[in-house]
Design a protein around this ligand. Structure first.
Ligand code: NAD
Length: 337
């Protein structure tokens, strides 16, 4: 029996997380779900976006399965709870795989990219403030440390080796941000020769975006600082069929949190339109992380079958489909029988 902190999240979160829990439970793996709250839902319910009870649960389980959390855009409201959780539990590696799915027609057929994003530093370090009382000058500080860069670059190369990948590309902006991005690039260049079996490449981030939309097959594993990884992973999601398909793992030394790459999707909340695949695949990543490979394989095979058939999928995958979040979850459970 594995104990997992379950945070259903905001917006489409509860509906997709209910399907994910249903699918994971139906796989036969024994999970004891500890329901906890975070984000806007927690703020409205308890007056705080990150209640002590939620942290107490993660302190105990060291494993969380989380739906998307709403963060109000701009200066009003609380700081991102996603960023807070990643920093508090030192979940330094954000792994976001994007691969073509059989049955999902996209511009390219052979995309298979894993973004390994530094998850605790960079421009998301949270050091942002106004410099004047009139609030007409704002400043953000990007923090890049040698230790933080070393551990994420090592993680990327080790991930490549463990998963039979061929190449690691560091995406950076060291031509302009000579200290922060320069340090990250220097570290990548220092570590790369330790992995002679893995090809090393480097690309300036803006050129990398152009190369990625023109020929994504040249990318395999990508390692980058926090914000570049955030942006690039939505780009890779777009290459393989959209945000409804892409899971993410947030990995630390002694804790891990699994979630979709996408957000709380206010535009489709409450309409039974949200694709549960991304969070279900985040559940698959979680099961692999805790060694439950049979259950993970079973779920993955069922999801692939349902997506490939294209009948019981949400409209983001098949605009003609009348199927919603719940029906897709039911079809995946059926496909596991
Ligand atoms: P979003 O990812 O929520 O939505 C972007 C677009 O993708 C929308 O059109 C949405 O309908 C679509 N989409 C997203 N998930 C989908 C799914 N499962 N099925 C079908 N379509 C899906 O991004 P946004 O609108 O920029 O952000 C909304 C909120 O989510 C913001 O408050 C943001 O801060 C938050 N957010 C949270 C996380 C997280 O919790 N990890 C990640 C990204 C954004």
């Amino acid at each position: 029996m594995h104990a997992v902190t379950l945070i259903k999240g905001d917006g489409i979160g509860p509906s997709i997380m209910d399907e994910a829990v249903k699918v994971i439970d139906a796989s036969g793996v024994e999970i004891q779900w500890e329901v906890a709250y975070a984000g806007l839902t927690a703020y409205e319910k308890f007056g705080t976006p990150l209640p002590d009870e939620t942290m107490a649960s993660i302190d105990k389980t060291r494993l969380a399965f989380k739906g998307p959390l709403t963060t109000i855009v701009g200066g009003s409201g609380f700081r991102s709870i996603n960023v807070a959780l990643r920093q508090k539990y030192d979940l330094y590696a954000n792994v976001r795989p994007a691969k073509n799915w059989p049955g999902v027609v996209t511009r390219y057929n052979d995309v298979d990219i894993v973004i390994v994003r530094e998850n605790t530093e960079g421009l998301y370090a949270g050091l942002e403030h106004y410099l004047t009382p009139k609030k007409d000058i704002a400043e953000s500080l990007a923090v890049v440390t040698r230790a933080g860069s070393e551990r994420i670059v090592e993680y990327a190369f080790q991930y490549a080796r463990d998963n039979n990948r061929k190449k690691v590309t560091v995406c950076h902006k060291a031509n302009i941000l000579k200290y922060t991005q320069g340090l990250f690039l220097d570290v990548a260049r220092e570590i790369a020769p330790k992995y002679p079996d893995i090809q090393f490449d480097e690309k300036i981030i803006d050129a990398a975006c152009m190369h990625m939309v023109m020929d994504p097959t040249q990318f395999d594993v990508i390692v980058c600082t926090n914000m570049f990884g955030d942006i690039l992973s939505d780009l890779t999601a777009g290459l393989v069929g959209g945000l409804g398909l892409i899971p993410g793992a947030n990995i630390g030394k002694d804790a891990a949190l699994f979630e979709a790459v996408h957000g709380s999707a206010p535009d489709i909340t409450g309409k039974n339109l949200a694709n549960p695949t991304a969070v279900i695949m985040a559940g698959v990543m979680m099961l692999r992380h805790i060694g439950e490979h049979d259950a993970a394989d079973k779920i993955q095979t069922a999801v692939e079958k349902v997506v490939n058939e294209g009948k019981f999928v949400t409209p983001d995958l098949n605009p003609q489909s009348k199927c919603g979040t719940v029906e897709m979850g039911n079809a995946i459970v059926e496909a596991m029988k």
